[in-house]
Design a protein around this ligand. Sequence first.
Ligand code: ATP
Length: 258
Amino acid sequence: MNGAAIARICGPAFNAVADIEVVAETGSTNADLLARSAHQARNTVLIAERQNAGRGRAGRSWLSAEGGSLTFSVAWQFHCPLHALAGLPLAVGVALAETLASLSVNVQLKWPNDLLKDGAKLAGVLIETRSAPDGAVWAVIGIGLNLHLPDELEQRIGRPAASAPWLAAMDRDALMAALLSNLAASLDQFGQLGFAAFSARWNRLHAHQGSMVQIVDGGVTVAEGIAAGVDDSGALLLDSAAGRIAIVAGDVSLRAQA
Ligand code: ATP
């Protein structure tokens, strides 16, 4: 991939607000951008051709194969309190899903941070934050998206995963530019309007709407009920035996009940 070519396709409005860098290899693009955030002035996209220590939530790993995945992070500055970013992983999911749909790849969203294709994980989003000295907040938004899924990688993941051969056949720079342009527009919209601008769109793409699900924290089921979409803060609404409850993401995971 070529940062200058991606920037050219993204166009001047994108280039006015963010820089794009491509590296051949790194441990974690999120770790790299977080380390820079103390002295970072501009929004920055860091794309790794190969990422060998990709991170998921709660210390989990995001695995990828060179040439078979997109692994990148976007450091974006928000001028709002930290708690206002609670719905950001979901808004990023909406932005990615809408871009993929425009490229004829239909995905659904699994609360809080995954994109599913045919019920298996195609992409994951990990957001880590840092406060900036002027009261702003840096959100470092890590995205891993499977294009091909070699058998060896699927075995290492150890659970169902999806790939998108149609996207793998696209020009990589054009694919990255499509994802980044829409993402930047969505981050701008999120900064102005918050998650309320995304909740109905998220609910239209909800993989588990109306299904019985369990919420698991460290292997322990902490809630169960019928998934009823998300509210304007990004909390998952569950119709449980005790009535409707709202689950905030933290480190909990959703499991569809067999
Ligand atoms: P859960 O999937 O348990 O609900 P999560 O969605 O928060 O948790 P993340 O922390 O976002 O999971 O992602 C890490 C998990 O994703 C890993 O534990 C692994 O199961 C799975 N995984 C890792 N690499 C890939 C990949 N390339 N494609 C699909 N799934 C992957």
